[in-house]
Design a binder for this molecule. Structure first.
Ligand code: HEC
Length: 105
């Protein structure tokens, strides 16, 4: 019985640590999106049609392309500001959150 409990405990613990890792990244992405993107694109990524801000939660751009858009911009999207103050991991956290969480809605 003791062994069973220990094995169960280990399975639970390892399951948790994986989840926490993923959560931290997505959590960072969520917070950064709230700080840097939501003022225009809204928390949902639905944009604000009347202000000429497109939704970005259904973008066809890849995670890499969005991360690059955030930090250096994109020639076809020059109405959007860039955020050179963000680090590359921060830009990736935001674009993963956008694609994996907001895009799933
Ligand atoms: C000041 C308002 C503003 C902010 C802040 C802003 N954006 Fe944008 N975003 C725009 C506008 C305007 C466009 C359309 C650009 C164009 O057509 O030239 C756009 C376009 C985009 C697109 C392309 C959508 C498509 O059609 O594929 C993505 C992706 C995007 N933004 C992501 C982000 C992310 C991520 C952030 C936060 C780091 C952010 N934006 C912050 C205004 C903003």
């Amino acid at each position: 019985m003791k062994t069973l409990i220990m094995v169960l405990g280990m399975v639970l613990l390892s399951g948790c640590s994986d989840q926490n890792l993923e959560k931290t990244d997505l959590q960072n992405g969520k917070e950064l999106f709230g700080l840097y993107c939501a003022s225009c694109h809204k928390e949902t990524g639905n944009g604000q049609f009347l202000l000429g801000i497109p939704r970005n939660n259904d973008t066809h751009m890849s995670i890499n392309e969005v991360a690059s858009l955030i930090r250096v911009g994109h020639k076809d999207l020059d109405n959007m500001p860039t955020f050179p103050q963000l680090s590359s991991p921060q830009a990736y956290a935001i674009s993963s959150y956008l694609k994996h969480k907001l895009g799933a809605q």
